[in-house]
Design a binder for this molecule. Structure first.
Ligand code: PFF
Length: 440
């Protein structure tokens, strides 16, 4: 249970509550969600199992894990890509997590339920020259502290309490959101697919979102799997993590979109600010006659969102720190400090790209968008292909079977299907979508 929840802690984070609704908004609603589900089942779960196999078999950080299994061949660069992308994601993940911290502080001070103009409040915060940077540093300090103390039992214990609590709060918020005037339109947007809006970009976005949300192809789950025990059931863990993660994402959609359609002036494709603008509005509108309840809910929500972000950020940080630590032999504290400081330098650039540096564009994208695009739409799909080919073709089939069946003590009836998927289907689907998008 602890293992599932720790891996679920890595998976469930801002990707579910912040990024998923943002992507759904950009990509036209229900059709995107269907494609997303398809991606989770067909691509996400097989890749996750494959990462678990590599991690648990080697009991080493991601780079060493691939180096051990691939010896001097090119495959070992997969480990390098995993750690690099975890580093890249952490650098912008702390920025959004910093926003969450700000909103928690704001709601604690009783500000959110009374203020009306959430949109301009949000815009002036994210474009402030130093305030979001300060909050991102605050969040990084929290992550750094947990990682440098050593995480295994900490994360596990933390996740066991936190994840069920998060689900309860989400369920209550869904109830609140359904009572809003725009609930009907919001639900239609989420449940009625319009396939005319589907392009390869939408499919690639759904794939990128599935990778991001499930924390796959970034070394994190491989690192966590290296801490798994021999009895941990890899396939079942992958299944449970995917179910929890998908449930939280879809429920978040049920919170956000009824709210979006209830608030005049907010568009579904408002982008990264969507959650930070609409949620305070939900609290404000739902509880306008019971301000105390509005206060309690906004505090609880941002606190849980922050903690969910923290468990994910810890897994990203741990993935990089575990490598630095094992490769250099330096102390955990020093390794974690090096990762925190260097990552924060990139984080500052990401944060400033919403404000003073917003005019600075690379390939037409802001620094933040560029990092997100590179990580989730370029490196992650490519990494996904390599992981599948590696486990499907390079590793010994019996070793993979032994790992998944815990040396024959479990039955895994879908083993041949799994092998077929990772050998042919998953790499082909990812490559097709990816190439199509590049050529288009
Ligand atoms: N899956 C996390 C989320 O949905 O917020 C983010 C994340 C964590 C991505 C760990 C990648 C990762 F390796």
């Amino acid at each position: 249970m602890g293992v599932v929840l720790a891996a679920a802690g890595s998976a469930v984070g801002l990707g579910n509550v912040w990024r998923f609704p943002t992507e759904v908004g950009y990509n036209g609603g229900a059709a995107f969600i269907l494609i997303y589900l398809f991606n989770v089942i067909l691509i996400g779960m097989p890749v996750m199992i494959s990462e678990f196999v590599v991690g648990r078999h080697t009991h080493a950080n991601t780079i060493t894990a691939y180096a051990k299994l691939a010896l001097r061949s090119w495959w070992r660069f997969e480990g390098v890509a995993g750690v690099f992308v975890a580093f890249l994601i952490l650098s912008y993940y702390v920025v959004i997590s910093g926003w969450t911290l700000f909103y928690l502080v704001d709601s604690l001070s009783g500000f959110l339920p009374v203020e009306q103009d959430f949109q301009s409040e949000f815009n002036s915060f994210v474009s402030h020259p130093w305030l979001p940077v300060a909050y991102a540093c605050g969040f990084m300090a929290m992550t750094h502290w947990v990682v440098s103390c050593g995480v295994q039992s900490g994360i596990e214990r933390f996740s066991k309490v936190l994840m069920p609590l998060l689900l309860i709060i989400i369920a209550v918020l869904v109830g609140c959101s359904f009572s809003l005037p725009g609930a009907h339109d919001g639900l239609r947007f989420l449940l009625k697919p319009d396939f005319t809006k589907v392009t390869t970009r939408v499919v690639l976005s759904a794939m990128g979102q599935a990778f991001f949300s499930l924390s796959i192809a970034m070394g994190c789950l491989c690192t966590y799997a290296s801490y798994f025990k021999d009895e941990t059931r890899l396939a079942r863990t992958a299944f449970n993590v995917s179910i929890i993660d998908t449930m939280v994402a879809i429920l978040s959609g049920f919170i956000i979109f009824p709210a979006v359609f209830s608030v005049p002036g907010v568009e579904v494709d408002a982008g990264p600010g969507l959650v930070f603008i609409t949620l305070p509005n939900v609290f404000h509108m739902t509880f306008s006659s019971y301000p105390v309840m509005g206060y309690i809910f906004s505090v609880l929500f941002y606190m849980l969102l922050l903690l969910a972000a923290l468990t994910s950020a810890i897994s990203l940080h741990e993935s990089v720190t575990a490598y630095v630590l094992e490769a250099t032999g330096m102390s955990r504290r020093t390794a974690a400090a090096i990762v925190s400081v260097s990552c924060m330098l990139l984080g500052v650039a990401c944060s400033l790209s919403f404000g003073p540096w917003s005019d600075f564009k690379v390939f037409g994208m802001s620094i933040f968008d560029l990092f997100d695009f590179t990580a989730s739409k370029v490196i992650m799909p490519l990494s996904g292909i390599v992981i599948c080919l590696f486990v499907g073709w390079k590793l010994d089939r019996n070793m993979v079977r032994d790992e998944i069946t815990n040396h024959g003590t479990l039955r895994f009836r879908l083993f041949s299907t799994y092998i077929f998927l990772i050998r042919y289907v998953v790499p082909a689907v990812i490559a097709l979508v990816f190439v199509n998008e590049l050529l288009g």
